[in-house]
Ligand binder design. Structure first.
Ligand code: DAH
Length: 358
């Protein structure tokens, strides 16, 4: 075997011994680099006699081609091995169950909204919406709250700056404007609930400047106070998940309903615990009544033909009562520890057949 053959074999061996791409690159430089073994040998061709070059030239070129091909093949093999190793390492088993620890959670307000929608949805109500930024007309005037009415101050309204035409938009102080919007949009008969954000300039343990309400509205030719009572009693039983709830419809006044009532539910406070549905104490949970004829007229509905009832309740308050959450302000602190404690599993969607809360 000639020296060159022996050298070529050695170099080929080094190529196949290269354990990874870095080692292979080192071999390539050592063989074919500027000062590589083969490069040096090829440089020697120039100094040879024509005869000698004729013999050695093809041999050296052959060796170079052989090595170049061997290096390329080895590189390909090493790349494939590296890729397979990575695929094996980064493999995920998609059949494994989701991680058991809960990272986020459904906020009690969202949970209660879903529960309320599930209950009223079952009674045939659909969900309506209106904007948070309202006009004076929808928030007050159309609801039979005229400009000088004391309810306008009572509401502690957040007003926007006056527009050039003199109009002042506001953040809605209740969800009742959705009543008018729904009357205008769909006309009678109507059976809607409207959950959403509401705003009043107020802040203490049970009040925050932004809070949530759900409005209810039923309009047809025959709806009466008995329907209103039945509907709200059914709602309370379903919502508080008890067979019986003591309830009291107390005469009250709202400009947009006539007659109007406030609804209290029976409760018992013992130790630190609050039990809903039984007991000697009362807790106010909502306002309601028969829709005032003027309100129907503002919504474009003929009060001589149609009548109906409406109700409005605080969602945050419902959440505090049902889930025993003491301070309303914590609802909006975005504290993950609070959310982990009071929140709900994202996949447990409330439904009447499946259960509201668990
Ligand atoms: N809008 C009232 C409030 O924010 C609640 C209310 C009372 C709504 C009676 C109604 C109703 O629809 O009939 O205090």
């Amino acid at each position: 075997m000639s020296d060159l053959e022996a050298q070529t074999r050695e170099m080929l061996q080094a190529v196949s011994d290269a354990a990874d791409l870095a080692a292979l690159e080192a071999v390539r430089i050592a063989v074919l680099g500027k000062k590589g073994t083969l490069t040096e040998l090829m440089k020697g061709l120039g100094a040879m006699s024509v005869e000698e070059r004729k013999i050695k030239g093809p041999v050296l070129n052959g060796a170079r081609d052989q090595l170049t091909a061997a290096i390329a093949a080895r590189a390909q093999a090493l790349n494939a091995t590296a890729l397979n190793a990575r695929l094996a390492q980064e493999r995920i088993d998609v059949t494994l169950p989701a991680r058991p620890e809960m990272r986020g959670a459904i906020h009690p307000v969202s949970q209660v909204i879903d529960e309320v929608i599930a209950i009223f949805g079952d009674m045939g109500f659909s969900v309506a919406e209106g904007p948070d930024i309202e006009s004076d007309f929808y928030n007050f005037t159309a609801l039979n709250i005229p400009p000088e009415h004391p309810a306008r101050q009572m509401h502690d309204t957040f007003y926007f700056n006056e527009k050039p035409g003199g109009e002042r938009l506001l953040l809605r102080t209740h969800t009742s404007p959705v009543q008018i919007r729904s009357m205008e949009k769909s006309g009678p008969p109507l059976r809607i609930i409207a959950p959403g954000r509401t705003y009043r300039c107020d802040s203490d343990m049970t009040h925050t400047p932004m809070f949530h309400q759900v409005e209810g509205l039923v309009i047809d030719e025959t709806a009466h106070m008995g329907h209103l009572k039945g509907c709200l009693i059914e709602f309370c039983k379903a919502f508080f998940e008890v067979d019986n709830v003591r309830m009291r419809f107390r005469p009250s006044h709202f400009p947009f309903t006539e007659p109007s009532a406030e609804v209290d539910i029976g409760c018992r406070r013992r130790g630190g615990e609050l039990r809903i549905g039984e007991g000697e104490d009362w807790l106010e949970i909502l306002g309601c009544g028969m829709v005032h004829p003027k309100v129907l007229r503002h919504g474009g509905i003929d009060p001589d033909k149609y009548q109906g009832f409406a109700f409005g309740m605080g969602i945050d308050r419902l959440a505090m009562l049902k889930y025993g959450i003491p301070d309303l302000r914590d609802f909006f602190e975005a504290d993950l520890r609070w959310l982990r404690h009071y929140g709900f599993a994202p996949l447990d969607i409330p439904s009447l057949p499946g259960g509201l809360s668990r």
